[in-house]
Design a protein around this ligand. Structure first.
Ligand SMILES: [Zn+2]
Length: 322
């Protein structure tokens, strides 16, 4: 059974999954690699690494919620036409194995779990887990729920790992352009390193270390990397609405820590952020987690780096950094 094969390949530590058919002519237009990426960070990494040698599309429409995404029949058709399918992890896109199974019957598409080898943090309600250990592909249990925080790209070292994995896949599928992919990936990684350094310096001398986020649990990797105290209204993406007690507890924290700003996101409960702000008198600042880029931002040409720059500006303001 194919799924067993995937699992086996996964466990021997390879990043790339599925039939590796190297050195074939790419299926995309004009000999360009046709790449389909599930969500925005992967889409943007792939564009930067591939340059004009690849044609990249995003599987989930801008503004989609990846945590509750329901696969459409057309998604499988779109993926099966691609040379390379990029997804984050079986923790985030738990439906990826369905696509891989279905598309593999028709094509020699290369499926890449770009988060392979990334550092992992447990979700806040899974304190017994050690960071850094993946559970591997999901079982066929439809109720499979990951215990790991899937927002791995918000750790700069993880993002670099993902870029390496994507570049390696491009090289396997299109070896004649390997130098271009290596060079592009190297250049992009240097920009990420510069941004990481800017975060480290900018967030090192601030009045508060607390980032209170009235959205879903998405910024733990960022908080972990730059030693911030992170609190969100929802403990995980699968949470039901926060209870009145949880909301009151957030308001108490705002008052106790004399916060002047709290954060909101477009996807989860922007109204809740408004309620907390009006009750406590704080101002609202936006943080973008990378995966819920809206239609407007997408069409305006925002990039992963531009969104992270905006986040840094708002963190500096909210944490009152020098
Ligand atoms: Zn999320």
């Amino acid at each position: 059974m194919l799924f067993k094969k995937i699992r086996m390949i996964f466990f021997i530590g390879l990043t790339l999954i599925l039939s590796c058919a190297p050195a074939e002519e790419p299926a995309g237009k004009d000999g360009r690699l046709a790449v389909i990426a599930t969500i925005f960070p992967l889409y943007d990494f792939a564009r930067n690494i591939g340059g004009d040698r690849v044609s990249v599309t995003m599987l989930l429409p801008p503004g989609s919620d990846v945590h509750h995404y329901e696969l459409k029949p057309n998604d499988i058709i779109r993926v099966s036409k691609a040379d390379i399918f990029l997804f984050t992890s079986f923790d985030l896109e738990q439906w990826a194995y369905k696509i891989i199974n279905a598309a593999a019957e028709k094509t020699n598409m290369l499926a890449v779990e770009t988060g392979q080898g990334a550092f992992l943090l447990p979700l806040p309600d899974s304190p017994e887990l050690d960071p850094g250990h993946s559970e591997g592909p999901p079982t066929n249990d439809p109720n499979h729920a990951s215990k790991y925080d899937p927002h791995i790209w918000l750790d700069a070292a993880n993002a670099q790992k993902m870029i390496d994995n994507i570049a390696a896949a491009f090289i396997i599928r299109d070896p004649k352009n390997s130098e271009v992919y290596k060079e592009n990936a190297g250049r992009y990684k240097r920009r990420l390193t510069e941004l990481d350094e800017k975060y480290r310096v900018s967030l090192s001398a601030c009045k508060t270390k607390t980032v209170l986020h009235a959205g879903h649990w998405a910024f733990a990797y960022l908080a972990n990397r730059y030693h911030l105290r992170y609190r969100s209204a929802y403990n995980s993406s699968a949470d039901a609405e926060p209870s009145p007690q949880q909301i009151l507890s957030l308001m108490e924290q705002v008052r106790a820590q004399k916060l002047r700003y709290i954060y909101y996101e477009d996807l989860a409960a922007p109204k809740l952020a408004g309620v907390i702000a009006s009750e406590t008198g704080v101002e609202l600042l936006k943080l973008n987690n990378g995966h819920d880029v809206g239609k407007k931002d997408f069409q305006a040409g925002e990039t992963f780096l531009s969104l992270m720059e905006k986040n840094l500006a708002n963190l500096k303001k909210g944490m009152q950094c020098r």
